[in-house]
Design a protein around this ligand. Structure first.
Ligand code: AMP
Length: 388
C-alpha cells in the first residue's frame, strides 16, 4: 500500500490496492472492474480458490472474523470494502482503523441485522411492511394478535436468499417460532405483503454526498432466490422515480459511501415498501455490466478510489437470469454453453465455482434487446438451451 492518510481526499492512483472482505462473485466482479482500471486487488476469504481470489493479486486466507487477518488486509490495501453482509463487523472495523473502510462498519452492523435495519428505516421515516421485534414465544404470540396475517417470521441475522424465514398462514401456538428459535438472537414478525412485483434500486453515494441511482430493476424470485431481473422495470414512471428517491434516502440516512441495494415490494395499491438493504453490489444489479454506461462494480471502484461517478444511462432493455446449480443438474453436469450463446444478445458470466450444488449461484446470463419482451425471451431461451 501507499502511505495515504485515512482522511485523504485525493483520488487513489492506478496501481493502488483495493481490499475486499469476502471472496464471492460480487468480489470477483468488483475485482475485474478494478483491474480494468489499473488497480490491484487483495481479498480476504477462507477459500484460497474463491471466485474473487481467482482474479485477485493477493489473497489473505482467513475466516471473516479473524481480526489479525483483517488488519493484514488493511496493511496491504489503500481502501477496504466488503462484498457480503455476514462479515464480522469487529474485524472489518479493526481493518478500518488502519485503512479507509467504505461503507463503514456501522452500515455493516445495521444491515446485517433485520431488527436494526428496520429500526433505522423507521427512524428515517422510510416505509416497510408492518413488523414487530420478537425475542420470546410470548412476543411471537402477541405479534400474531397485533398484526393482521398472514405473516412472515424471519431471523434477525444470518438470513439471505429466503433462508431463516417461515411464512405463517394461520396463527399457530408457536410452531414457526420454534422452527427458527436459537438461529439468531432475535426475530422479526412482519406482515406478508401481497405484492404486485418486487423491484430494487441500487444507489451509489460518494464521500461528498453525491448520489446516482441505477435504473430500477423488476425482480422475480423463485424459492426466495433471485431468478430474473428485468430492466427497465414494467412500472409507471412515477413509481420508478419514487423507488429511486427512496434508495437515495436510504443511502443518505445510513451515510453510505459505496453502493447500496434497496429491495422493495410494490403493493397492489402502488405503495412501495422497503424489504431489505445490502450495502454492496447486488445480484439484481448484474444487468448494469452490459446494460449501463457504468456498471455497479465500476461505480463502487470509482467511489472507493475517490473518482467521479460514471453515467448510469441505459441504451437498451436488459434482462439477467441467474444460473443456479440446478442448470448443471438438468444438463447432467455439462451445460451446453455453445447453444446458450447462440441466442443473439446474450452474455455469459460464470463465477469459477468448482461444485454446482442445487440453489448455488454459479453464474448468470445477461441479454439485451430492442424491447423488454425480446430481452426476456432471449435470456430465458438461452438458459433453457444451457440445460440441454
Ligand atoms: P428476504 O430474505 O427478506 O429478501 O426475502 C426473500 C424473499 O422472500 C423476498 O424477495 C420475497 O419474495 C419474499 N418475502 C420476504 N418478506 C416478505 C413479506 N413480508 N411478504 C411477502 N413476501 C416476502
Amino acid at each position: 500500500m501507499t502511505d495515504i492518510p485515512l482522511d485523504s481526499t485525493s483520488p487513489l492512483e492506478p496501481g493502488s490496492t483495493i481490499g475486499i472482505i469476502g471472496g464471492g462473485q460480487l468480489g470477483r466482479m468488483t475485482a475485474i472492474a478494478a483491474r480494468q482500471m489499473g488497480y490491484r486487488v487483495a481479498v480476504l476469504d477462507p477459500d484460497p480458490d474463491s471466485p474473487c481470489a481467482q482474479v485477485a493479486d493477493h489473497v489473505v486466507e482467513a475466516a471473516y472474523d479473524d481480526r489479525d487477518a483483517a488488519r493484514e488486509l488493511a496493511r496491504i490495501s489503500d481502501v477496504i470494502t466488503y462484498e457480503f453482509e455476514n462479515v464480522d463487523p469487529d474485524a472489518a472495523e479493526a481493518a478500518g482503523e488502519i485503512t479507509r473502510l467504505w461503507p463503514s462498519g456501522s452500515v455493516l452492523r445495521t444491515t446485517q441485522n433485520r431488527v436494526l435495519e428496520k429500526e433505522a428505516l423507521k427512524r428515517a421515516g422510510l416505509p416497510t411492511a408492518d413488523y414487530v421485534k420478537i425475542e420470546s414465544l410470548d412476543d411471537y404470540l402477541a405479534g400474531l394478535e397485533s398484526l393482521t396475517g398472514p405473516w412472515v417470521l424471519k431471523t434477525a441475522t444470518s438470513g439471505y436468499d429466503g433462508k431463516g424465514q417461515v411464512v405463517v398462514n394461520e396463527a399457530d401456538d408457536g410452531a414457526a417460532f420454534r422452527e427458527l428459535e436459537g438461529k439468531s438472537p432475535a426475530m422479526v414478525l412482519e406482515r406478508f405483503v401481497r405484492f404486485k412485483l418486487e423491484m430494487s434500486a441500487i444507489c451509489a453515494r460518494d464521500a461528498d454526498g453525491h448520489t446516482l441511482t441505477f435504473p430500477v430493476s423488476e425482480n422475480d424470485h423463485v424459492d426466495g432466490i433471485l431468478d430474473t431481473s428485468i430492466v427497465p422495470a414494467r412500472i409507471e414512471p412515477h413509481v420508478a422515480e419514487k423507488a429511486s428517491e427512496l434508495a437515495i434516502s436510504v443511502a443518505e440516512a445510513l451515510d453510505v459511501r459505496g453502493v447500496i441495494a434497496v429491495e422493495m415490494f410494490l403493493t397492489q395499491d402502488d405503495e412501495i415498501l422497503i424489504n431489505e438493504l445490502a450495502p454492496r453490489p447486488h445480484n439484481s444489479g448484474h444487468y448494469t455490466i452490459e446494460g449501463c454506461n457504468t456498471s455497479q462494480f465500476q461505480q463502487l471502484v470509482r467511489v472507493l478510489c475517490r473518482l467521479p461517478m460514471g453515467s448510469v444511462e441505459m441504451s437498451k432493455p436488459t434482462v439477467m437470469v441467474n444460473l443456479l446449480g440446478d442448470v448443471w443438474e438438468a444438463a447432467d453436469g455439462k451445460p451446453d454453453w455453445a447453444d446458450a450463446l447462440s441466442v443473439p444478445g446474450t452474455n455469459l458470466h460464470l463465477y469459477g465455482k468448482a461444485e454446482a450444488r442445487k440453489g448455488r449461484k454459479m453464474g448468470h446470463i445477461t441479454t439485451v434487446g430492442d424491447t423488454v419482451d425480446v430481452a426476456l425471451h432471449r435470456a430465458q431461451l438461452s438458459r433453457q438451451k444451457a440445460k440441454g
